[in-house]
Design a protein around this ligand. Structure first.
Ligand SMILES: NC(=O)CC[C@H](N)C(=O)O
Length: 313
């Protein structure tokens, strides 16, 4: 583990103050287009920061699991890059979409090649690669996440999984459209099952922040010293997170925060702090981009107070 440790007392106090401030914000709505997601307590609020030095800081409900949702797209992409290398980029692009995460219109214009791996269409193409490459892609996925989170106790939430399967017509429409353009290799239903499975895993802020530290450490997991991906691929994932991880609020996020980050409709926002570690903020009420209101407030203030922006150095 490298780098200078950050001062524990100051950081705990800062996280606590950020959390209290965020709790004043009652804007937004819990996602309900996947009915099982609507069961969550909207008041839950948490932030956890994990450093490459092995320090853990937290405030609020940082040990309460939430649905990982779209943040799973990061792990899917890294798994696909490990197996397929540069060929990934023949089937999915690396440009911001400027469209909502579940938009279908661009796919028709752009011949079934999704704009980037962090919108739903892109993650479905990545899921196709995983289903084609692994004999049991779901097990491989959860195994990878368990390894990075440092726990064997991660399981799929069957209720959320079933709910996604039965309310996933929009994702299915995208998958079949891509199939019609020849950008889907495996059985489409199997691909969708994999995609919904990876979205339906509950995880805590602390576990998720730890899982992402390798992206802040040139591809090496600082807890195990294992190389998870090449330095170049860590750079690439961070670059696309910076331009596309927060959907069509990515520009504003880069402008006001300046960190590679990914959100999910479970209400979490995970941000990579290159050279330092990772931070995850969670609270279920979402803005109209599908990003957590309180999560945005928390990450924005943390980045400001600690001077974390990668563009401000
Ligand atoms: N933005 C998200 O978190 C979306 C993920 C969700 N499972 C979906 O496919 O719609």
């Amino acid at each position: 583990m490298e780098g200078t440790p950050i001062r524990p007392q100051d950081t705990d106090q800062l996280l606590q103050s950020i959390l209290s401030e965020a709790r004043q914000n009652n804007q937004g709505k819990v996602a309900s287009y996947i009915p099982a997601l609507a069961n969550v307590d909207p008041e839950c609020t948490a932030i956890a920061m994990v450093t490459n030095q092995g320090q853990f800081f937290q405030a609020g409900d940082a040990d309460t699991p939430f649905s990982i949702q779209s943040i799973s797209k990061i792990f899917g992409l890294v798994m696909a890059m490990r197996r397929s290398g540069n060929t990934v980029w023949q089937r999915v692009n690396m440009e911001p979409s400027g469209q909502p995460f579940n938009s279908i219109v661009q796919l028709e214009w752009e011949y079934g090649i999704p704009r980037n791996p962090f919108i739903n269409a892109g993650a479905i193409v990545i899921a196709d690669m995983l289903v084609s490459q692994y004999s049991t892609s779901k097990l491989a996925f959860i195994g990878f996440l368990r390894q990075l989170a440092g726990t064997d106790r991660l399981y799929v939430d069957e209720e959320v999984y079933e709910s996604e399967l039965t309310h996933g017509s929009r994702n299915a429409a995208m998958a079949y459209l891509m199939h019609s353009f020849g950008n889907m290799e495996a059985d489409v239903d199997q691909v969708l099952e994999h995609y919904f499975y990876q979205c339906s895993i509950p995880i805590t802020c602390k576990q998720l922040a730890r899982s992402l530290c390798f992206l802040a450490n040139r591809g090496v997991d600082p807890f195990t010293d294992e190389s998870i991906c090449s330095r170049r691929d860590a750079h690439r994932v961070n670059a696309i997170l910076s331009t596309s991880g927060m959907y069509d609020q990515s520009g504003e996020f880069a402008f006001s925060v300046g960190l590679p980050a990914k959100s999910g409709v479970g209400g979490a926002i995970a941000a990579i702090i290159p050279g330092l570690g990772a931070v995850v903020a969670w609270s279920p009420r979402l803005n109209h981009f599908g990003n957590s209101h309180r999560g945005m407030t928390m990450i924005t203030r943390l980045a400001e107070e600690m001077g974390l922006s990668v563009f401000g150095v």
